[in-house]
Design a protein around this ligand. Sequence first.
Ligand SMILES: [Fe+2]
Ligand SMILES: [Fe+2]
Length: 170
Amino acid sequence: MLVWSKKYSIGIPRLDADHVMLVSLLNQLHINLAEDMSGEAIGPILDALQHYADGHFIIEESMMTDCGYPGLAGHRERHDGFCIEMARLCLKHRARLDVARSLRALLNTWLFDHVVRADGQFGAWLRANRVSIPPGASSGPDVRRPVRTPATAATATATATASDRRFAPA
Ligand SMILES: [Fe+2]
Ligand SMILES: [Fe+2]
């Protein structure tokens, strides 16, 4: 189990609060795996993660836009990559493949490689350049992208890998 600590903080309270939620979902996944729950049981975790990613990425990118963050384009590509990976796992889950281990690997990597490192770079850039996030930066409709829809999922394919066991007959 992971316990949220300051070492994961990027120094932006709203984004840190979201990242705490990501850790809690990762912990929920650990529990499911430790208790060897059915592959079907991760459905709600997948749903929560998709909801999380849709909301969190829009707010984070909105802040970056408002602050003129030069790393926005590359950062957005990483968010898109995560969404495509999530869509693939959701398709596999719907095809009744057990994706719990694949999902745990994705989230572990995401937490340390993206949240701590890439999101952390945004926080560090703000501090180094003495840039403040404008009030309401997360609510400006002009900088928001539409919520990612199943259209994203349609670009992914449900190809089984060695780590994905079928959890029940279809
Ligand atoms: Fe983030
Ligand atoms: Fe990010």
